[in-house]
Each structure stands twice: as C-alpha cells, then as structure tokens.
Design a protein around this ligand. Structure first.
Ligand SMILES: Cc1cc2nc3c(=O)[nH]c(=O)nc-3n(C[C@H](O)[C@H](O)[C@H](O)COP(=O)(O)OP(=O)(O)OC[C@H]3O[C@@H](n4cnc5c(N)ncnc54)[C@H](O)[C@@H]3O)c2cc1C
Length: 387
C-alpha cells in the first residue's frame, strides 16, 4: 500500500506547526513527505504557545515526545479570569481534580516549530526545504499533481496546503463556507518578567478591556491585548503598551516587564468546506481559523494532522482511493471543527461587547459559574479533549 507514497511522496506547502505536524503524523504511518517552507528558519510566528493534553498524546504517538524534552517548557495547572482590578471571577486548578490527569504545557511557538522539525527530520521520512515559497498548484485536468515554487516544480501523490490563514492558494481553489471578521484585533507582546511571578494562565475581562497572559519558559510571558479595530484614538504601540497593561490589570506590576517583541493580529473566524479538491487538502489555519480565546487554533492543527494521516494510512496513493480518504478526512474534521468554532465564537463575543450592563451581567455569570463544579468540569473536558 505504501510503495506509491514512497515513490511519490506527499508534498506539504507550509512548514508552520500544521505542516510539520502533518509530516510527523504521516511519517509515523510510514508515509514520506516533502515540506516546502518560505522562511529560512522558525521564529516569525509568536502565537499559540499552549499545547493541550490531547495534543501531547499525539506527540507521543508520532514520536515527537522524545524530542520535546530537549526544549524548554513549563507546566502549570492554574487558570483564572480576573476583572480589571484583579478580582477573581473564575478559576480552575487542574491539579485539584484527581479524575483528570492533565496540565497546561507552555512552549514558545518557535520552539514548537523547531521540535516538530527536528522530530520529522529524525524519522528519515521527511525532507524540509526552506526558503522555498509555493506560488501555485499544478493541475493535470482537474486533478492537482504538484506545486510550483521558485526552486522548480514538485510533484506529489497529494498536496497538503498548510500555509496559514492568509493562504492565497486556498482562496483561489477552495470555498470558504464561514468567514467572519471580528471587530477586534490582538496586540501580542512578549515580555521578560524580572521576578517570574506569573505562574498560571490569566484572562482579564473587564469594562476597560480584555487581555490574555500566558507564562512561558525562561521567565517570559506573552500578553495578548484585544483592541477594537475601529478605534484609532488609543492604538497600542511599543511606547504605550505598558501603560495600557497597567490600566487593564491594575494589580500587575508593569515595572517588572521588559518588552522583547510584539505583533498585531487581525482576528477572523473561517472554515473552508470541503477541505479537499482532487489531489489537494487543507490543514491548520489554511483550513480554519478561530478566535484565540480558547487557545484552540494550533491544537486543531495537530488534530487535523492526525485525522489526515489516519485516513491516508488506510488508503493507497491511487487517485480514487485517495479522494475517498480525503473526503472522509474533510467530513470528520468539519463536523468537529464547527463545534469548536461555535464555542470559541461565543466566548470571544463575551469579551467584545462593552455595554456597562453586559459587563456587570458577565461578572455575575462568571462568579456563579465559579461555584459550579459542573461548569469547571466542562472547561476541563475541553482542555483535555480538544478535537
Ligand atoms: C493572537 C493569536 C493568538 C493565538 N493564540 C493561540 C493559542 O494560545 N493556542 C493555540 O492553539 N493557537 C493560538 N492561535 C492560533 C495559532 O497561532 C494558529 O492556529 C497556528 O499557528 C496555525 O498553524 P499553521 O501552521 O496552520 O499556520 P501558520 O502558523 O501561519 O504557519 C504557516 C506557515 O506557512 C508558511 N508559508 C506561508 N505562505 C507560504 C507559501 N506560499 N509557501 C510556503 N510556505 C508558506 C509560513 O511561513 C508559515 O511557516 C492564536 C492566533 C492568534 C491570531
């Protein structure tokens, strides 16, 4: 069954977490791949640092777990929602729930890319070619047979499109069934924290705005600040970011923060349907994007990789069987991703409305939820079983 994949490997356009995870998942099933990535080295993406428990299980299955220990990571068990004055509205400590053996694992995103690449190379089944942007698909009739790059054409039994949310290839050849531009964007900033006091994940939700704080290895923290796209009066810049953080969480000592780097991200919810055309499939952000509030995007990409590799391993590289496998992958993922998009959309919108009455109601709702072990269990279930 695998001989055809060996002579005609899978071509993966994009070597971010989705593309590299797919290469690992395929390699674990004995399927060869070539990853074509436009950048010369990992490190340009600064979003998605928390690996969910379900994704760690996939890392183990793909053999990535062995490489993980060469990289800096931290584990934490606490997550809290605070208002702008540091009052706790909702909190979870996973370690207190004896029935769930789970932690939040925090690794800087470029390190996740590095470890996935290192692990893929170790399998001997993956070739990663950098500095090689994919410019278009190559068709034979209506079937995709490969990709065009500045370094020449690459033919493959299947093309996996993993080049992120702004994929022009996706826009040109696939239908997007869902597309919603949020009226807010995220300013994502990496800080060195002098005393390393941030030990858990924090979501700040108040009348002054929304902010997400994630602890990282090496006494660093990532702070994502939500800002309305239509507001030009108070744009966040490197110069004013610390003042804005001090306003959003008055109990955080911003004097301890030293800005390392920052980027601005527009936010979109999107889903292509179907995720395949003859000879090509979408994975990761090229397939779907979600509001970042649930920390789901990267973890969905890992689940895509596993589902695709699973479907392909049960098929040969012969066209009809491959199409059936891709169609199966597409329906499986669309039904699961749709549910996640729905719940993150609701959560995301909870932090977008700013009316005073809504903010009050939200605080009461969260403090009520905080007393419910049923709600906490639901949240934990999502963390452990992201699909
Ligand atoms: C503000 C914000 C915060 C987020 N926080 C989280 C979080 O906490 N947890 C989480 O799980 N997710 C989070 N996400 C989502 C997460 O970052 C993405 O889902 C994840 O990075 C998607 O991986 P990807 O490989 O599909 O795309 P990308 O990470 O965008 O990678 C695409 C790759 O393709 C390459 N590429 C692009 N064009 C080409 C081309 N033409 N040819 C070859 N290569 C190309 C790029 O250089 C890049 O390496 C967040 C997103 C945002 C916007």
């Amino acid at each position: 069954v695998l001989t055809t994949y060996n002579t005609n490997p899978v071509v993966i356009a994009g070597g971010g977490v989705a593309g590299l995870a797919t290469a690992n998942a395929l390699a674990s099933r004995g399927i060869r791949s070539i990853v074509l990535e436009k950048t010369s080295a990992p490190g340009t993406i600064d979003r998605g640092d928390i690996v969910h428990q379900a994704s760690l299980a996939l890392f183990e299955r793909w053999g990535v777990g062995a490489v993980l220990h060469n990289y800096n990571y931290i584990e934490f068990s606490k997550f809290q929602i605070l208002n702008n004055f540091g009052k706790c509205l909702f909190s979870i400590d996973i370690s207190h729930d004896e029935r769930i053996d789970a932690v939040f694992t925090s690794i800087k995103h470029p390190d996740i890319e590095r470890l996935l690449e290192e692990s893929a190379m170790r399998t001997g089944m993956v070739t990663v070619i950098r500095d090689t942007p994919v410019s278009d698909l190559i068709f034979e009739g209506t079937r995709v047979r490969g990709v065009k790059t500045s370094a020449g054409d690459f033919a493959g039994s299947l093309v996996v499109i993993a080049n992120g949310a702004r994929s022009r290839i996706r826009d040109n050849y696939f239908l997007q069934q869902v597309r919603h531009e949020y009226p807010v964007s995220f300013y994502n900033a990496l800080f060195k924290q002098k005393n390393g006091s941030q030990k858990g994940g924090t979501y700040v939700l108040g009348s002054r705005g929304v902010m997400v704080i994630v602890p990282l290895p090496g006494d660093e923290i990532r702070i994502g600040i939500q800002q309305r796209a239509d507001r030009s009066d108070n744009k966040i810049t490197r110069g004013n970011v610390k003042n804005i953080i001090a306003e959003l969480l008055t109990t955080l000592n911003v004097e301890e923060l030293e800005l390392v780097e920052s980027h601005h991200y527009p936010l979109t919810m999107s889903l292509s349907n179907p995720l395949w055309i003859p000879g090509a499939v979408l994975v990761g952000d090229a397939a779907h994007t979600t509001h970042p509030v649930g920390g789901q995007g990267m973890n969905l990409a890992f689940q895509d990789a596993e589902a695709l590799a699973n479907a392909l391993s049960a098929s040969s590289a012969e066209s009809t069987r491959l199409d059936r496998a891709c169609s199966r992958y597409s329906s499986e993922r669309i039904s699961k991703v749709r549910k996640i998009l729905r719940s993150t959309h609701i959560l995301g919108n909870m932090g977008i409305y700013e009316h005073y009455m809504w903010v009050r109601f939200r605080e009461v709702l969260l403090t009520t939820f905080n007393k419910s072990s049923f709600v906490k269990r639901l949240v934990l279930y999502r963390i452990v079983n992201s699909s």
